[in-house]
Design a protein around this ligand. Structure first.
Ligand SMILES: Nc1ncnc2c1ncn2[C@@H]1O[C@H](COP(=O)(O)OP(=O)(O)OP(=O)(O)O)[C@@H](O)[C@H]1O
Ligand SMILES: [Mg+2]
Length: 247
């Protein structure tokens, strides 16, 4: 079944066509990567799908429903999650408290002295922390975490709302090479276990070819190829773009 269907999605900034009739489909539980050189239009597409910017033309359907141009908070409720840099309010909390506080917010439970975050939805919070390998860090304040662990907290927070689709624009940015593969493997495994589809962009080709079911290649606002990793690797047009960029 199709989870996300994007058709004719376009955005121009003056003379620059940042996204030019972009179209692709993402199946239920699929991990789809969008790749392409800097400025290809990947983030522009992401932000149109995620409700951060309004498209000039085109449609986005999620689970068969037209969600074009809906604001991010509506998409969040509909089941589209995205990872964010951890908000400053979470920094002074422990990893466990941050997850529990996000759960309280999801369940619209207000914080009170009678219901401290520390005791809220404890089993659920622990299950989530276990899934993302953070259980041993549950009592550590977020601000003391190493960068890679903080990225895993961001993933955990994105999963609190039980999304059916997760949007991740460069989820491993800033991580060391070895850490990137491990992070994406964790994202994949968690998504598989929870039946979540993933749309992600990534500059690290090992991460892309190791973890995407299919790859959409963009260049200058257009989709120029869309296929399995093996076929994309062998695609002459794609090779030319990446080789061209290096010269
Ligand atoms: N708000 C804006 N106003 C004007 N031009 C913009 C705006 N946002 C993006 N652009 C331009 O649109 C083009 C596509 O940018 P976009 O950020 O989508 O690329 P990208 O593929 O995500 O690149 P990167 O790999 O560097 O993240 C670029 O030329 C960029 O400079
Ligand atoms: Mg980008």
């Amino acid at each position: 079944m199709t989870l996300l269907s994007v058709q004719g999605l376009s955005k121009n900034y003056g003379v620059l066509q940042a996204a030019d009739a972009v179209g692709f489909e993402l199946a239920d539980r699929e991990a789809l990567a969008i790749i392409g050189p800097n400025g290809a239009g990947k983030s522009t597409c992401f932000n149109m799908i995620g409700g951060q910017i309004q498209p000039d033309a085109g449609t986005v359907q999620f689970n068969g429903r037209d969600i074009t141009g809906l604001p991010a908070r509506n998409l969040f409720r509909a089941g589209i999650g995205r990872t964010f840099q951890i908000a400053s309010v979470f920094r002074s909390m422990t990893v466990g408290e941050a997850v529990q506080t996000a759960m309280m917010s999801r369940d619209r439970v207000s914080l009170s002295i009678f219901r401290p975050a520390r005791s809220y939805a404890l089993d659920q919070a622990h299950a989530l922390l276990n899934d993302v390998g953070l259980m041993s860090l549950a009592d550590i304040p977020c601000q003391q975490l190493a960068y890679g662990d903080l990225k895993r907290v961001e993933l955990a927070l994105a999963l609190v709302n039980r999304p059916a689709l997760l949007l991740m624009d460069e989820p491993t940015a800033g991580m060391a090479a070895g850490e990137r593969l491990a992070m994406m493997a964790l994202v994949r495994e968690t998504a598989r276990n929870r039946g979540i589809g993933i749309l992600f962009t990534e500059h690290d080709m090992d991460v892309v070819f190791g973890h995407a079911d299919r790859i959409v290649v963009m260049n200058r606002g257009k989709v120029i190829a869309m296929d399995t990793p093996d076929r994309i690797r062998a695609d002459k047009t794609v090779q030319a773009i990446y080789l061209g960029e290096e010269t």
